[in-house]
Design a binder for this molecule. Structure first.
Ligand SMILES: Nc1ncnc2c1ncn2[C@@H]1O[C@H](COP(=O)(O)OP(=O)(O)O)[C@@H](O)[C@H]1O
Ligand SMILES: [Mg+2]
Length: 341
């Protein structure tokens, strides 16, 4: 048993996607082969406190009293030690303070291999405004938008309805579809509660499809899945309520469009310098034009989440997906540790 790889799963986090992350992390811990991996869970509370649990104890928000430390302010005991004593970390955190490069930066400083995008790619993809800028620069089509910075006047050139989004959040939190000027003002006010940078986007008509990408220097694309939201758009309830959405694999799009989505998924992954994994989300217009909506560097990660389903349909099951992601994390760490600074 001494050759087991010591894995720490970081779950929870300060963002409104805390609960989603805990569900993903629970799924991950259950799927990690105990013959190969010794797993520890580090749960970050919504208040930012770090709690260490062993995998033998269930990952819950339960009341038993785990060792509690706060990071990164006081990196003295438990969490810092835990990070120093593991072989690889799986940050299964969504949104700010997890998916946005902050935790990745901490792991870089700690010198620990970790799964998924690095600091720059994480921060870039978390920011819908910056991410679009990079994709546009590489000739990849994204929805047109204006970006309102703090205090800017609410103006845009698009016909209604439009989508209004906080620049750096996820799970549709703070997003609205505004059908007129009055709704727009309310939508911007809501988005501004979540971020001081807000996007107003043209509506893209068409089918929503998603594609998983896996790899470092030679990333591969999964099958393409079609999102059928049982709502006007793919909002929080559609995403997480039982029966709120259906995932249709393969997507009901022409074979050449399917191929284009997979190609653009890899191109977007490469353009933003993602590593390990990402789920790239698209709109396919009625004429077949493919538009990138966004890139998720830590997609929902339960065994029934879209990312896992897409790879399952590609012949890579959930446990193998985890094995591969861990191998990719170790490969990157090994490669980068040879660099001279
Ligand atoms: N420009 C747009 N045109 C049409 N639908 C959109 C547009 N932007 C967002 N949506 C809808 O809102 C959902 C959430 O938006 P998204 O940008 O993916 O935010 P999140 O990061 O919260 O998932 C999308 O899945 C889609 O249903
Ligand atoms: Mg989305």
């Amino acid at each position: 048993m001494s050759h087991r790889l010591r894995v720490a799963v970081i779950a929870g986090g300060r963002s409104s996607e805390h609960v989603i992350s805990v569900a993903s992390a629970r799924s991950v811990v259950e799927a990690l082969d105990p013959g190969r991996y010794e797993s520890t869970v580090i749960e970050i509370g919504r208040d930012g406190r770090w709690e260490i649990e062993t995998a033998e104890r269930s990952l819950t928000t339960a009341s038993d009293e785990p060792a509690v430390e706060t990071l990164p302010v006081v990196a003295s005991k438990a969490p810092a030690q835990a990070l120093g004593e593991v072989d690889v970390v799986l940050p299964i955190l969504h949104g700010p303070f997890g998916e946005d490069g902050t935790v990745q930066g901490l792991l870089e400083l700690a010198g620990v291999p970790y799964v998924g995008a690095g600091v720059a790619a994480s921060a870039l993809c978390m920011d819908k405004d910056l991410c679009k800028a990079v994709l546009r620069d590489r000739g990849i089509t994204v929805a047109r938008n204006v970006t309102l910075r703090d205090g800017a006047e609410v103006e845009h050139p698009f016909p209604y309805p439009v989508f209004v989004k906080p620049a750096r959040l996820g799970s549709s939190v703070g997003i609205s579809k505004a059908h007129d000027r009055v709704e727009l003002e309310a939508a911007v006010a809501l988005a501004r509660r979540h971020d001081d940078k807000v996007l107003i986007e043209e509506l893209v008509e068409g089918t929503e499809v998603e594609c998983g990408v896996l790899g470092n220097s030679e990333p591969i694309a999964s099958a393409v899945g079609e999102i059928v939201a049982h709502a006007e758009w793919y909002d929080y309830a559609a995403k997480y309520d039982e029966g709120g959405m259906e995932l249709v694999i393969p997507a009901r799009i022409a074979p050449e469009v399917d191929a284009r989505v997979r190609e653009l998924a890899v191109d977007s992954f490469v353009a933003t310098e993602c590593e390990g994994m990402a789920r790239i989300d698209f709109f396919v217009r009625p004429d077949g034009e493919v538009v990138v909506n966004e890139i998720n560097t830590i997609p929902g990660f339960t065994s029934t989440s879209v990312y896992a389903k897409l790879f399952e349909a590609t012949g890579i099951g959930y446990a193998e997906l985890l094995d591969r992601l861990i191998a990719l994390a170790l490969e990157r760490h090994e490669r980068r540790s040879r660099l001279e600074y």
